[in-house]
Design a protein around this ligand. Structure first.
Ligand SMILES: Cc1cc2nc3c(=O)[nH]c(=O)nc-3n(C[C@H](O)[C@H](O)[C@H](O)COP(=O)(O)OP(=O)(O)OC[C@H]3O[C@@H](n4cnc5c(N)ncnc54)[C@H](O)[C@@H]3O)c2cc1C
Length: 311
């Protein structure tokens, strides 16, 4: 097996153009598992860890350009304020060792329906920036996932970065697993509220062949909040509205029965997570109106559902 180790983005793209069969490797937390279990035996590995252009992030025009090689640990440490939903999801990934190595680019490259980055990226309307020697293009996250563990990358393309709007309101992420850490999601959900644009974003994980948005639920909730003047009043959410949102999120899923859970359990869990995350997000929105509130969205940590308010 050849081992290609470019030290610049230009060299990485040239290597991928010359050897499209070369398998990119970033943190290796998916790739090395596949090699060790003989699931893959690529002719070449394309190591991206020495490409400095992938390792940084910057903010421009209200969006974070997150290099594909930024690890979960850095995301959590550096971007919890700007990207609270993604940072919350990152905190649930694997263990400290996995978070020190694993990257958002690698999560997208693997394109697992259960990847924890995907629901927050969908909810935030992120775009994936990909490039080849032919040029670069951006793909909406909702179009990036094309099937189970399949994505929209051409054979000569690499993921350069993810373009994620900085949070304009509260975001919440929730994940069901069979234990609290080191667990693949049985189902997951992310919500993003944008009170200025009066829009709602959602992302469903591990409950369909690809991660997906619950678009009907988004439209329902944003319209209902608007019609009732709730964006302005920040009054408590009617219980019926929260319940209906949960049902619509569950209806958007297309889950399967597998070793981790049944389709029925996943649908039920999604409805519960949608209700809870909406309630937590709304609590943050209400709190943000109180005097002295200056924390970025997503902080302080939401009240746990034992102390519910607003639906
Ligand atoms: C013990 C353990 C626990 C885990 N827990 C979780 C979890 O809780 N949640 C979760 O979502 N995942 C989990 N994972 C899976 C894995 O850690 C994540 O998917 C991680 O984001 C992969 O990132 P990486 O940088 O290690 O990717 P790699 O393994 O290096 O690559 C993954 C895929 O992406 C491709 N790739 C990487 N970078 C690029 C690029 N720039 N352009 C194009 N393709 C690229 C690779 O070719 C490969 O197909 C776990 C894995 C292990 C081993």
């Amino acid at each position: 097996m050849d081992f290609l180790q470019p030290t610049s983005w230009g060299d990485a793209l040239a290597a991928k153009a010359e050897r499209p069969e070369a398998l990119p490797i970033a943190g290796g937390t998916d790739v090395m598992v596949e090699l060790n279990f003989d699931v893959r035996r690529p002719a070449a590995l394309l190591d991206l860890t020495r490409v400095p252009e992938l390792a940084g992030w910057a903010v421009a025009d209200g969006r974070v350009r997150l290099g594909a090689g930024v690890t979960y640990t850095r995301l959590i440490d550096e971007l919890g304020g700007l990207l609270p939903g993604l940072a919350m999801a990152a905190r649930t990934v694997g263990s400290p060792q996995i978070r020190n190595r694993g990257t958002v680019g690698g999560n997208l490259g693997a394109a697992s329906p259960a990847g924890d980055c995907h629901p927050p990226l969908l909810a935030a309307r992120a775009e994936v920036e990909v490039a080849s020697v032919r040029g670069s293009r951006t793909i909406p996250a909702a179009d990036f996932f094309t099937g189970v563990k399949r994505n929209a990358l051409a054979a000569d393309e690499l993921i350069a970065a993810v373009l994620i709007p900085a949070a304009a309101g509260p975001q919440q992420f929730s994940k069901i697993g069979t234990r609290n850490a080191m667990v693949i999601a049985v189902a997951s959900f992310c919500i993003s509220l944008d009170p200025r644009a009066k829009t709602v974003g959602t992302g469903i994980g591990s409950a369909a062949p690809t991660p997906r948005r619950a678009t009907d639920a988004e439209r329902f909730l944003s319209a209902a909040l608007d019609e009732a003047g709730l964006w302005q009043s920040r009054a408590g959410l009617p219980a019926g509205l929260v319940r209906e949102f949960g049902e619509q999120v569950a209806a958007a899923a297309d889950p399967v029965d597998d070793v981790r859970g049944t389709a029925a359990y996943r649908r039920h869990g999604l409805a519960v997570m949608a209700r809870r995350t909406l309630t937590w997000a709304w609590n943050s929105y209400q709190d943000s109106a109180s005097p002295g509130h200056s924390a970025p969205w997503g902080h302080p940590r939401p009240r746990w559902p034992g102390t519910p308010r607003g639906g």
